[in-house]
Design a protein. Structure first.
Length: 265
């Protein structure tokens, strides 16, 4: 077992994932030595919460850490990695991206991997990491074992997943989380346009989420699209005539639900 207090961690990034992960690691006794962010406000805010150093310059990132966790936008990940060449060559280097392969590290460092916490993170909301599944990948059995120890200190839900598998985890999560949340935004838009409160939908939203803990999503599906009640569907489409993009979303989803129900029963 590692000595957590002597295991120095640098977080590259101070966004939603980095903020929650850094705080959770510190709460479990790990030593957070430094935060990097390209903006002073973000770097300083997280560093003050953790009581550690911060920088907005990658060239000034601590050279002596044991673990570097890179949580930045996919578009800049490889650029950021290339600017860490001055850091400890014996350290373990991780990124937390769902859709980026582990191989972005190859040829740059000898110890590397991925720790993908599959959860939606917002800075203003607390996260119970004991309920967060971690999907891990590393370039050697030794590094995987170390990564399992680190992730296992945060959550009992620790799994191995290849870069290929993780791509499908990520796209599945987009459907389950991002797209479903956008449906809530459309719901709110329609209600507000007719002076109706969005909170009236919360019991329905909550029950829909609870049902899939006990039923498969196919079994839990209800509504006019499942029955393919064309009278209701056409009436709804007529109501959306002035918002053709919403009408198209409604039509496509209704058709797909009907097709999915037909082929999966």
């Amino acid at each position: 077992m590692m000595n957590k207090k002597d295991f120095s961690i640098v977080c590259i990034g101070a966004g939603n994932v980095a903020t929650h992960l850094a705080q959770a690691l510190q709460q479990k006794g790990f030593h957070l030595s430094q935060i990097y962010s390209r903006t002073q406000e973000s770097a300083q805010a997280l560093a003050q919460t953790l009581g550690c150093a911060w920088t907005t310059c990658l060239e000034q990132v601590d050279e002596h850490a044991d673990l570097y966790i890179v949580s930045v936008k996919d578009a800049v990940l490889e650029t950021v990695i290339s600017q860490l060449a001055h850091c400890n060559p014996d350290a373990l280097y991780l990124h937390t991206a769902g859709s980026m392969p582990m191989e972005v590290w190859k040829g740059k460092f000898k110890n590397y991997g991925v720790a993908y916490p599959m959860q939606t993170f917002s800075k203003q909301r607390e996260v119970n990491f004991e309920e967060v599944p971690f999907f891990l990948e590393a370039n050697s059995p030794e590094n995987l074992s170390l990564l399992q120890e680190i992730a296992g200190s945060l959550s009992p839900k620790v799994y191995e997943a290849s870069s290929e598998q993780r791509k499908y985890l990520h796209i599945a999560a987009v459907f389950a989380c991002n797209f479903s949340n956008h449906m809530y935004a459309i719901c709110q838009h329609l209600l507000q346009a007719h002076q109706l409160p969005f909170e009236s939908m919360l019991p329905l939203i909550d029950e829909t989420a609870r049902k899939v803990h006990e039923l498969s999503p196919v079994e839990a599906q209800t509504g006019p699209a499942r029955r393919y009640d064309e009278n209701v569907i056409n009436r709804h489409l007529n109501m959306l005539e002035e918002e053709p993009k919403l009408a198209e979303i409604y039509r496509l989803l209704s058709e797909h639900i009907h097709l999915y129900e037909t082929t999966n029963h």
